[in-house]
Design a protein around this ligand. Structure first.
Ligand code: SF4
Length: 175
């Protein structure tokens, strides 16, 4: 009697899968066409899924889009969507975390990382000031994970919370 409901649901499911696949493919193609610094690619997660880098020393893990060996040193490259005049702090800290990760895992000199947007790219110097900021944020995150501190939300961005890797442990997530 209601067989058509099942057919419609299956149809919707297939349609959503196709949309998701097409969207993922477009993002992948766009990323491949974006800027990659000239040098030797030491790691990439773009063309096929790669194992995450893991630092035992810092208990840090992540998958930069690229790690490229250039004349200046080894640099992580991260692609982001959006248009920015200056990159937001959370993007800068993500690249800083990749710099630390690559430095420790590959035992190389990492002078900076690249943040690449459709609107342009930014060089993020991995200097002493950024190292201190990163260490402070990582310390706070560990306290949140251990339940010793509550998250203080300094934004009203539901989308950001939806994509946040701390969503599972964050008691104040939005959306
Ligand atoms: S889920 Fe929590 S930690 Fe993540 S962005 Fe939202 S408020 Fe911040």
């Amino acid at each position: 009697m209601m067989w058509w409901v099942g057919v419609v649901l299956v149809g919707c499911g297939v349609f959503l899968c196709v949309i998701a696949f097409v969207f993922r493919y477009i993002v992948m193609v766009k990323k491949r066409r974006l800027y990659v610094p000239s040098g030797t690619v030491r790691y990439t997660d773009l063309h096929r899924p790669a194992e995450p880098l893991f630092s035992r020393r810092y208990l840090l893990t992540g998958k930069p889009d690229f790690v490229v060996e250039m004349d200046e040193g080894v640099v992580p490259v991260e692609y982001k969507s959006g248009w920015y005049v200056t990159p937001p702090e959370n993007h800068v800290l993500q690249v800083a975390a990749y710099c630390l990760l690559v430095e420790d895992v590959q035992q190389v000199h990492v002078p900076f990382g690249w943040l690449v947007y459709p609107s342009g790219r930014f060089r993020v110097w991995f200097d002493a000031a950024l190292r201190v900021r990163l260490a402070s944020v990582m310390g706070e995150m560990r306290m949140v994970l251990q339940g010793k501190r509550r998250v203080v939300v300094d934004h009203g961005d539901v989308k950001r919370c939806r994509h946040c890797s701390f969503r599972g442990v964050c008691s104040v997530r939005l959306g």
